[in-house]
Design a protein around this ligand. Structure first.
Ligand code: ADP
Ligand code: MG
Length: 724
């Protein structure tokens, strides 16, 4: 279409003097007698009141500041005025015209239909509303009005159904039409129009007095707009460029803030010493000497890094990254033993019950022959047992306490605690990491967090920048890559017969079903039915077990123990086996509906087999109807066994999701930033933080004081920012 001839923009309408009132003036309401402050409860803003305030609270909006930080989901581009004669059904279009007639009709169902006809020099169109008694009061014939809405075809006639509109006068505030129009997340009782007006008015009133936490000098250097301008630009941008500038500024601020928080934390730690572990005994040596294998070079290197921290007198704060099966647990155990042999206690936290119980078993097997007391504490622990363990821990009689994070909380006292290990860190997120355990002398505990999921550089810069990094980049010798095959689910029977042969040969295996939250019950049922089917059918003379997320912790524990102990040949499982389960005798796995898993998840699953060395097989039973994209992804998975490459591909295909706790575990200050996408800004912010830490480590200069205040507002409840 020839846009110049047929569509004209707001700007050239104005140049043609077509009507008054353009460009849309930014209308400043005169200041209320009482100046609006950012912390004013929304209830007291004009047009709100208690009922709407309660609804707004559901959107997380309590104060005037929250309101202007309630950002639009997106904007409707209503900047182009289309001649009425050119409207096509299906367009979201904006027109300007003169009201000809207006009227009301009864509908057959007993409702009412309001109609307004509008014309410009190219044609006439009807605007219609249902049951909007009062709408007609807003129009008089001869009014110039701007309408925006969806063009429909009704009985061969074009109409705009329930359009947004604004009657054009000399001082029309354009909020709903003729501009980039914000679309807000809503909740019951809150309408889009009303919210637009409220936010617009609040912005106008509050904007000029807002305190910008970013110093002018920094803003100038990084070419960032001021806070008031950025918020104005996020809600009511003049054009896309302004919206981009606004977004960039706010993203930068979020990335800078999280890094400052990490830097402040690091600074705090630096000044406080940890438990000094200076005189090693012989437990670690005895453990290593007694192993049936020797440590890999990478394990040795990481151990050296860790032990240097533990001896330094300053609290360790280290992230241990290593692919599935690279032997992180053993490294962690040696770290714990190093403390234990000097009379201290250690703590290991796991993200799931299954994993906590397994860690308990493994560590007991290694450590008890050395005279070390290991106890496990999970949701499955009976209350009597729990009491006993807590008492023993408090009396310093438990050397190593293993459990789920949910269980190891304030009621647990470990007076001689020196080392805390957190397994599969990305499942916990930043919040929990901030709540580190304390010991009797209130010295910071040495912290080791472990992750099998590689953390991209931009995340390492942001969410994890308070941690030192150690990497195990080598698998134990003798590990063969798992042979992975993508098979049509039609060939299921043949696959099972193959697995049957392995099972008869004493090789254990998993049959895995996906379970997602939305269809959890159905998914678990499918797994249960299949388990029964297998137990009576192809595996009828073998021992089949079933474990899924809805089982009681005690039942889960019993099944996992039976499997680990070789009393079960085939374990039908939902994704509870995903993380960390270590059963060296397991050599095969069948995964149903593999397209429903992400690559990193599949990698975790596959990492459960072949851990005892030797050959191992993974069968992906995929539906023939799977999308081309899924097929591509699964082929990639079958051909690659390197967790780092798979994680990269996963990231490329699916975005960060919840892999690294970016979303799910809520980094409190992140509303817009995605460190994975905004890597460049993250790097710029990292530079600025570094410079700042060198010159003003506590943000005490006048330029940075507003930032410091803003940080404690955003993060203060979540992570300690100051000592004491
Ligand atoms: P992950 O890094 O996935 O947590 P684990 O610590 O569970 O890995 O170790 C995987 C398996 O490899 C365990 O059965 C463990 O005993 C074994 N293992 C650990 N280190 C070595 C090594 N150096 N040589 C051989 N096997 C090892
Ligand atoms: Mg592990």
């Amino acid at each position: 279409m020839n846009s110049k001839a047929t569509q004209y923009t707001i700007r050239n309408i104005n140049q043609q003097g077509d009507f008054r009132g353009f460009p849309p003036p930014v209308h400043r309401k005169t200041m209320a007698a009482k100046t609006l402050t950012p912390d004013r409860p929304v209830q007291f803003l004009k047009t709100v009141g208690p009922v709407r305030a309660a609804a707004l609270r559901r959107l997380g909006v309590e104060t005037a500041m929250d309101l202007i930080r309630h950002l639009p989901r997106n904007h409707l581009d209503r900047t182009r005025i289309v001649p009425i004669g050119r409207l096509r059904p299906g367009d979201d279009a904006t027109v300007v015209g003169e009201v000809l007639t207006s009227g009301e009709m009864r509908t057959r169902r007993g409702g009412s239909l309001q109609t307004v006809s509008v014309s410009d020099e190219s044609g006439v169109i009807f605007c219609v509303w249902f049951n909007q008694r009062y709408i007609l009061k807003q129009f008089r014939s001869g009014d110039r009005v701007m309408f925006s809405g969806m063009v429909q075809s009704h009985g061969g006639r074009r109409q705009l159904a329930h359009p947004d509109f604004e009657v054009l006068t000399a001082d029309t505030d354009h909020l709903h039409t003729g501009r980039l129009v914000p679309v807000y997340p809503l909740t019951a009782g809150i309408g889009q129009h009303w919210l637009r007006k409220l936010i617009h008015a609040t912005l106008a009133e509050l904007g000029p007095s807002l305190n910008d936490p970013l110093p002018v000098k920094l803003r100038r250097r990084r070419q960032l707009v001021g806070l008031a301008e950025a918020l104005q630009g996020m809600h009511y941008p003049a054009d896309h460029a302004e919206l981009d500038r606004a977004r960039r500024r706010l993203i930068y601020q979020e990335l800078l803030e999280i890094q400052l928080v990490m830097a402040l934390r690091r600074g705090l730690r630096g000044r406080r010493s940890g438990v000094a572990l200076a005189k090693p005994g012989d437990l670690t040596r005895r453990l290593v000497d007694g192993l049936p294998f020797s440590l890999t070079g990478a394990q040795r290197r990481v151990l050296a890094e860790m032990l240097a921290d533990l001896r330094s007198g300053q609290a360790m704060h280290r992230l241990l990254q290593g692919d599935v099966g690279s032997g992180k647990t053993l490294v962690a155990l040696i770290g714990c033993l190093f403390a234990i042999e000097q009379g201290y206690q250690a703590l290991l936290m796991a993200p799931t019950e299954v994993l906590a119980l397994q860690h308990g078993r493994t560590l007991r097997r290694y450590a008890e022959p050395l005279g070390v007391t290991v106890e496990s504490l999970t949701g499955a622990t009976g209350s009597g047992e729990r009491k006993r363990i807590l008492a023993a821990a408090g009396a310093g009689e438990v050397d190593l306490l293993v459990g789920t994070h949910a269980v190891i909380q304030d009621s647990v006292r470990l007076p001689r605690l020196a080392v805390a290990v957190v397994d599969e860190q990305h499942r916990f997120g930043v919040r929990q990491r901030g709540r580190s355990a304390r010991n009797e002398d209130d010295l910071p505990v040495h912290l080791l967090v472990m992750s099998a999921t590689p953390i991209p550089r931009s995340l390492a810069l942001t969410l994890y920048s308070d941690l030192d990094l150690s990497i195990i980049d080598e698998l134990p010798a003798g590990r063969e890559p798992v042979e992975t095959r993508l098979v049509s689910s039609r060939k299921e029977d043949a696959v099972y017969i193959e697995c049957r042969r392995l099972a008869e040969d004493g090789q254990q295996g998993f049959v895995v079903f996906p379970v997602v939250e939305e269809s959890e019950k159905l998914d678990i049922k499918a797994a249960t039915v299949e388990a029964a089917h297998l137990a009576q059918g192809v595996f009828s003379d073998l021992r089949v077990g079933l474990v899924h997320g809805r089982l009681k912790a005690r039942q889960k524990q019993a099944v996992m123990e039976a499997f680990a102990g070789g009393e079960i040949d085939i374990l039908v499982a939902t994704t509870v086996v995903e993380v960390g389960v270590d059963v060296p005798g397991a050599t095969w796995m069948v995964i149903h509906s593999p397209e429903r898993f992400g690559l990193a998840q599949l990698h975790q699953l596959r990492g459960r087999i072949g851990r005892g060395g030797g050959r191992a097989w993974c069968h992906l039973l995929a539906s023939d109807q799977m999308s081309e994209e899924s097929r591509h992804r699964l082929r990639y998975f079958a051909a690659n066994t390197d967790g780092f490459r798979l994680a990269e591909e996963d990231l490329r295909l699916r975005g960060p999701g919840d892999l690294w706790g970016v979303r799910q575990h809520g980094v409190p200050g992140f509303q817009l930033a995605n460190p994975l996408r905004d890597g460049d800004l993250a790097a710029e912010a990292a530079e600025d933080v570094q410079a700042l830490v060198a010159s003003d480590p506590e943000l005490s200069s006048a330029a940075w004081r507003p930032m410091r205040r803003s940080l404690s507002e955003t993060y203060g409840k979540v992570v300690p920012l100051a000592s004491g």
